[in-house]
Ligand binder design. Structure first.
Ligand SMILES: C[S@@+](CC[C@H](N)C(=O)[O-])C[C@H]1O[C@@H](n2cnc3c(N)ncnc32)[C@H](O)[C@@H]1O
Length: 283
């Protein structure tokens, strides 16, 4: 929609957004104006944004890895830093595919996105990889509904349930890349998050227990059963939690390493299942 005489002008929108604390008021105004179908819709969207609803929930989508991901109210908004998880996972899946595909028919990477939320990570991996068999799981029905929509085009299976519990047992020992952007905020720190997260995202998406690592621990414990030999578990964590996450992976007999992006302010811990029994060399 272009601004019309009956709709709030761009400068009025920018001023209201700025007054409400938006740092990117110009960009937000442009997005809201282009998303609204009518002047009344635009006015309502601006009101919702000024009331503190995350921009992505007002728009109904978030940009992630160059994709437009649908994000419903009450579903975790994919963060830019999670692009590191996607980059690392895509690189490892490509390596596995090229090893498996040597002299054989082209390999379909088996990818599992645990704690999938809107399905953003899985969708980005499907877009980055040539051939993928994708499974996604979330415990929150609203997230599952959203992920099913975002992942329908890539033929993913999306399950509702607790971590590995709903996955088909036929996947055991076959997964090439297992990604989890699980909740990792320590319970005590949840109250200090910006209000957009604290109020508008579900607690189950944020609260990782006393040290923030409760869900990650359970992900790591379960991973060796599902990973193919030589395959990888990748989890997003904070820089501060990385050493503990490394220990957790090592205790689960996964060979750990840390990937860090200063540009994205992102940390990913990667645990590799040894290729053969007793093999301690990560690929
Ligand atoms: C930090 S959000 C990440 C969502 C998505 N992966 C992303 O990066 O946008 C964590 C997600 O984990 C889900 N979750 C929390 N505990 C879970 C569990 N035990 N089993 C499956 N999903 C869980 C939440 O519902 C939430 O959608």
């Amino acid at each position: 929609m272009s601004a019309s005489p009956s709709s709030p002008s761009r400068s009025v929108i920018v001023t209201r957004l700025r007054a409400a604390g938006s740092v990117f008021a110009e960009d937000e105004a442009r997005l809201l104006i282009s998303a609204a179908r009518t002047p009344a819709a635009l006015a309502a969207m601006v009101d919702r944004r000024v009331a503190g609803i995350p921009l992505e929930h007002v728009l109904g989508w978030a940009e992630f890895c160059g994709l437009r991901i649908s994000v419903d109210l009450g579903v975790f908004v994919p963060r830019r830093r999670t692009e590191l998880l996607v980059r690392q996972a895509a690189a490892l899946a490509r390596q596995a595919a090229s090893r498996a595909g040597q002299g054989l028919a082209r390999h379909r990477s088996v990818v599992v996105d645990l704690c999938c939320g809107s399905g953003a990570v899985g969708a980005a991996l499907a877009a980055a990889l040539e051939r993928v068999e994708l499974y996604a799981v979330d415990i929150d029905p609203a997230a599952v509904r959203c992920a099913r929509r975002n992942l329908a085009a890539v033929g993913a299976q999306v399950y509702e349930g607790d971590l590995y519990e709903p996955l088909p047992t036929t996947l055991r020992g076959r997964v090439d890349v297992l990604v989890a952007n699980a909740p990792y905020v320590p319970t005590e720190a949840v109250g200090m998050l910006p209000s957009e997260a604290r109020i508008h995202e579900p607690r189950v998406a944020l609260d990782g227990g006393a040290d923030g690592l409760d869900v990650l621990r359970r992900v790591a414990v379960g991973a060796p059963l599902w990973l193919a030999p030589g395959a990888h578990l990748l989890v997003e964590t904070s820089d501060r939690q990385a050493p503990q996450t490394v220990e957790i992976m090592a205790r689960c007999r996964l060979i750990p390493r840390v990937a860090r992006s200063e540009e994205l302010n992102a940390t990913v811990v990667i645990g590799t299942r040894p290729a053969r029994h007793g093999d301690r060399t990560a690929s």
